[in-house]
Write a protein that binds this ligand. Structure first.
Ligand code: XMP
Length: 520
């Protein structure tokens, strides 16, 4: 557990799909919180964590089943406010003497409306300004009798105990999900809850930066650190933070695998080496990567080759740095949350994601992850705090295997050159129309087919390409971006006019699922 000096809120995860959203809402209120699966929350854990408040998440289980998940009973003796959500409400009622029953026709999924009790409580300040509040329900079981000490403060047609509370013990329990977008006033409920718990909202990026720097200095001492810099937001912010903490004890390694976008290598090297004065090794290994990828067309084979070479190359350069004991990575909080799995068993590999996992063990180095408490948007806020240019912080994600997975079939120098130019025109169009920040990710895919066209009076036989643009919150699900036909037409014309080698442009309107964001 880290030693951040903040009031902490503990979220006990019972396996809801939206537990992370609870954390998001709280972080937005400048409250430091951590999500822990219920199995890990023991009496000793609670003492050690010393939460100032606790939230029980929702979850798919039924408290009526013997083996259903529970928090330790001692959580109710901590003397801190507790908020139970959906399954969290049911488990609270069940453990404190209320009754929960199976659905039998009272299951409720989706939008519902809650009306207030005559008595208003502080938890609901700012609620019920209209007659009723829209909330989002997703439950099969329901509470049929509340526990002693509780009273009802809001009801919905199918949830007579939609909002319940024991004001004396400051235990609150709601049947709906205040963290989701479809409970429009949900953030207010969280705000009231954390005010009641006495949080001061001290989780700010300025404070985080100071503390993170102090922690890095304590941990590293006078040793050296190496950091893989990809040019993406996470590794860039990690590198700048580390550099601020330990200066030249940090060396960054930027591996250029020849699969980067137009001018990307120069931009990264110029910014970090010249602007930030960071010791930076520019590992130009384009020939190695493109050589080994030559003739390969299977997506997984390509990914595996790139992943393997990346580790080899990184290791080669890292070995040149005398006395490096630490390896820094830009791991984020969503990567480290151990979520509750009810399905059990290994999940299917859709794609072999490229990362430097396993590298520290292989290299016998200690790992340092200065962003592991942060969500993506918090990393952006930290980057802003550290003075990274806004255009850099807001960049769309770019996958480790780079353009290799945007070039289905065999990768050639010719295709890569065409792809780079087309991608640059497309992104330029998106920026010019002011759409860049609305889109999670946008890129061009060069297709392994040539098509016939006519330009001027001549026949062309050139590559076709697909444009991809998606909206997403976390990359796990995505929807295609609804460009106007005018935008698409103008972009197609520009690409065909400005990029020699492409004579046909298509737009990919597949969502994820069933598609994935990248084509390979
Ligand atoms: P998919 O294609 O799986 O992508 O829907 C989801 C998100 O992950 C990015 N992506 C990767 N990022 N290494 C990365 O660092 C990878 O191997 C990789 N593959 C996909 C993708 O760009 C999207 O943002």
């Amino acid at each position: 557990m880290d030693n951040l000096n903040h009031d902490r809120l503990l979220i006990i995860d019972f396996g809801s799909q939206v537990t992370q959203l609870i954390a998001r809402r709280l972080r937005e209120l400048n409250v430091y919180c951590e999500i822990h699966p219920y199995q890990n929350v023991t009496d000793a854990f609670l003492t050690d964590f010393a939460p100032k408040a606790v939230i029980f998440s929702g979850g798919p289980a039924s408290v009526i089943d013997d083996k259903s998940p529970r928090p330790p009973a001692s959580v109710f003796d901590l003397g801190v406010p507790i908020l139970g959500i959906c399954y969290g409400q049911q488990v609270m009622m069940h453990m404190l003497g209320g009754t929960v029953e199976r659905g039998h026709g009272t299951a409720e999924f989706g939008r519902a409306y809650v009306t207030p009790d005559v008595q208003r409580i502080d938890l609901l300040n700012g609620w019920f300004l209209e007659e009723r509040e829209q909330v989002w329900m997703s439950h099969g079981d329901h509470v049929s009798a509340i526990a002693p000490g509780f009273a009802v403060y809001g009801t919905s047609p199918n949830a007579p105990f939609a909002i319940t509370a024991d004001l004396e013990r400051r235990f609150y329990a709601v049947q709906f999900h205040p963290e989701v977008h479809h409970t429009p006033n949900g953030a207010t409920l969280y705000e009231n809850f954390i005010r009641d718990a006495g949080f001061t909202g001290d989780w700010t990026m300025g404070a985080y930066r100071e503390e993170a720097i102090r922690k890095i200095r304590d941990e590293v001492g006078d040793k050296k650190v190496i950091c893989g810099l990809s040019g993406g937001v996470d590794s860039s912010v990690a590198a700048v933070l580390l550099h601020e903490a330990i200066g030249d004890q940090l060396t960054c390694v930027f591996v250029d695998h020849g699969l980067l976008r137009l001018n990307e290598a120069e931009e990264v090297v110029t910014m970090f080496r010249d602007h930030y004065n960071m010791p930076l090794i520019h590992a130009d290994e384009q020939d190695l990567f493109l050589g080994e990828l030559d003739g390969q067309s299977d997506p997984e084979t390509k990914r595996k080759i790139i992943g393997r070479l990346f580790i080899d190359v990184f290791q080669k350069y890292a070995n040149e740095i005398d006395g490096a004991e630490f390896l820094a990575q830009g791991t984020l909080y969503p990567d480290v949350i151990e979520s509750v799995s009810f399905s059990g068993g290994p999940s299917v590999t859709i794609k072999s994601h490229h990362n430097v996992g396993g590298l520290p063990e292989k290299m016998g180095m200690k790992l340092i992850e200065p962003l592991r408490e942060l969500f993506k948007d918090e990393v952006r806020a930290l980057g802003h705090e550290l003075g990274l240019p806004a255009s850099f912080i807001g960049r769309h994600p770019f996958p480790g295997p780079g353009l290799a997975i945007r070039c289905p079939g065999e990768i050639t120098h010719e295709k890569l050159a065409i792809l780079r130019k087309a991608d640059a025109v497309y992104i330029d169009q998106i920026r010019k129309h002011g759409l860049y920040d609305e889109i999670w990710q946008a890129f061009v895919v060069i297709l392994p087919v040539r098509t016939v066209g006519v330009m001027g009076d001549s026949r062309t036989y050139d590559f076709a390409c697909a444009l991809r643009a998606v909206t997403s919150v976390d990359g796990m699900t995505a929807d295609y971006y609804p460009f106007t036909h005018d935008f698409l037409g103008e972009t197609a014309t520009r690409i065909i006019n400005e990029v020699q080698g492409i004579n046909r442009v298509t737009y990919d309107i597949t969502s994820k699922p069933p598609g994935t964001i990248e084509w390979e």
